[in-house]
Design a protein around this ligand. Structure first.
Ligand code: ACO
Ligand code: ACO
Length: 152
């Protein structure tokens, strides 16, 4: 059996479990889901990953959410989803792909740089402003968002 990556239409509970792992605010997830290209990774019938792509400005596509099921992490599926997104952007004539992540998300920062993203700027206090609950990751309170991009 191999991993299948393709678009989906309706977000089910399985999709939401993953989406909320990457972004704990249901309100924020719902605000971008309907405006975005929604892509899932499946292993048989199980949904094991999602990547959500939102057109933000002319020719710019943002990866607003990416998540892989815990049991399937560190097996290259996150990278496959990002490569799918970059190819999707090229095919649909986008010029730039952006991604934002918490300054405390050390694994994500590693993965995105390995996939060709470079840092552009810091959105200071983004998480303090937009999330009601304090988020702690890698023993650090999350406050700032690192903005990254790459031209495709
Ligand atoms: N710490 C260190 N390295 C990591 C981590 C980590 N937490 N996660 C991935 N890596 C490394 C892998 O070791 C691998 O390195 P290698 O190429 O040297 O072997 C490389 O990154 C690629 O890893 P994948 O296996 O392709 O990534 P994975 O399938 O595990 O997915 C993801 C990565 C999506 C970040 C996953 O850890 C996850 O779902 N995390 C929880 C949700 C989350 O934080 N999402 C990102 C939020 S930001 C946003 O959504 C825009
Ligand atoms: N990866 C992950 N975690 C690390 C790493 C690492 N490479 N290095 C330190 N940590 C963590 C430790 O696990 C510890 O975490 P904890 O508080 O959760 O237990 C915490 O950081 C503190 O670690 P220390 O043991 O106090 O740090 P250390 O004595 O190892 O010194 C230093 C860190 C100075 C960066 C050392 O690794 C070093 O000399 N590196 C080579 C020189 C270098 O790169 N210097 C920095 C260049 S930038 C500059 O000089 C301004």
């Amino acid at each position: 059996m191999s991993v299948i990556i393709e678009q989906f239409t309706m977000a089910t509970n399985s999709h939401y479990e993953l989406l909320l792992d990457a972004d704990p605010s249901r309100k924020i997830v719902d605000s971008y889901l309907s405006k975005s290209h929604r892509i899932e990774a499946r292993w048989g019938l199980q949904i094991i990953g999602v990547i959500i792509l939102m057109p933000t400005r002319p020719e710019t596509l943002e990866i607003v959410n990416i998540a892989v099921n815990n049991d399937f992490q560190n097996q290259g599926i996150g990278r496959l989803l990002i490569e799918y997104a970059l190819e999707y952007a090229r095919e649909h004539k986008f010029k730039t792909v952006e991604i934002g992540t918490g300054s405390t998300s050390l694994g994500s920062l590693y993965l995105y740089q390995k996939c060709g993203f470079r840092m552009t700027h810091i959105d200071r206090d983004y998480f303090s402003r937009h999330y009601d609950e304090e988020i702690i990751e890698n023993k650090i309170v999350l406050r700032d968002m690192v903005r990254m991009s790459q031209d495709v």
